[in-house]
Design a protein. Structure first.
Length: 317
């Protein structure tokens, strides 16, 4: 992002100096002032990204959407405060930089126009952090390019021809509005292709049965608890469940000596977790060979669900 800001500043300085040298100074002053408004939003985003990423890995879509909604609300509140300051006391804000009469004349109008974009930018920034957390950093880059480069510089050049310096200032709000539109469209795409499917998985028949009986439901939880007990990364456990490797050389390379294979170690850890969950009382457990693990010591009701290959491919694609 720093590189994009540098390109924007360089391009705007060239355009503005063609009209009034003081205009480029005003633009630099604006970027220093707006950082006080944007920094709290960027700081909040640093907390939002790991929260969304963790809940994405944990398969909890409601927490993802709740985090995004709360982030947007907080960002809008912060940006509205900044908007009011820039609208009500632009001269006082410029006064911190020992301005000339030309700077005050140009800057008063510029700060008021620039601040119109704050709310648009705030929402875009939060949605962009959501893209990063959900593994779509390319979408985030697209939004920032639209906000800061395309079409900001072409618009600034065009608006300058149409209405002079005071018209150039509007290139930023227009670009931020376009960036917001792009961010919303991309988030709708992410919601449809990623988040909504997570809701679908939560609404499987097993979860519905557990809800109807008012008993606990365990699926992804087993991986998380096993990871905590065994010390293995949850992603590794999830992969190991789907691709078992029992090669002598593989286990020798990983363990340093041929003891119990890693896959067997993980299975033993999951067995202990499943039995511990069953000891707590009635529950619904999905997969992980729970029917086999609990076959002797517990009274179980086992359900096996199957479908055609076409249906299964369509569900995960």
């Amino acid at each position: 992002m720093s590189a994009l800001v540098s390109v924007l500043t360089f391009g705007m300085n060239i355009i503005l100096k063609a009209y009034e040298p003081a205009a480029a100074t005003v633009f630099g002053v604006y970027f220093k002032l707006q950082s006080f408004v944007y920094m709290p939003v960027f700081g909040m985003n640093n907390g939002i990204v790991p929260i969304i990423a963790y809940n994405y890995g944990a398969g909890k879509p409601k927490r993802i959407t709740d985090t995004l909604k709360l982030g947007v609300i907080c960002s809008v509140v912060i940006m509205i405060v900044g908007l009011l300051l820039f609208q009500l006391i632009p001269v006082q804000l410029l006064g911190m930089f020992a301005p000339t009469d030309d700077m005050i004349r140009l800057g008063e109008t510029a700060l008021r126009i620039f601040s119109v974009s704050f709310v648009f930018a705030g929402v875009s920034i939060v949605l962009s952090s959501g893209f990063q957390a959900l593994g779509n950093g390319f979408y985030s880059m697209i939004v920032f390019i639209v906000r800061l480069i395309v079409p900001t510089l072409p618009l600034a050049w065009l608006f300058g021809i149409i209405g002079g310096v005071d018209c150039i200032w509007w290139s930023l709000p227009v670009s931020d509005l376009l960036g917001l539109i792009v961010a919303i469209l991309l988030m709708r795409r992410i919601y449809k292709n990623v988040i909504s499917k997570m809701y679908d998985k939560q609404d499987e028949s097993s979860a519905q049965v557990a809800k109807a009986l008012s008993i606990p439901y365990y699926d992804r939880t087993i991986i998380d608890v096993t990871a905590k007990e065994s010390g293995f990364d949850p992603k590794y456990i999830e992969r190991a469940e789907q691709t078992t490797t029992t090669s002598f050389l593989y286990n020798l390379a990983i363990n340093g000596m041929y003891t119990q294979p890693l896959t067997d170690q993980l299975f033993s850890a999951e067995c202990r977790v499943i039995k511990a969950l069953a000891d707590k009382g009635q529950c619904v457990i999905v997969g992980r060979c729970a029917d086999y693990v609990l076959r002797e010591q517990y009274s179980t009701f086992d359900v096996f669900v199957h479908s055609t290959d076409d249906f299964r491919c369509g569900r995960i694609c």
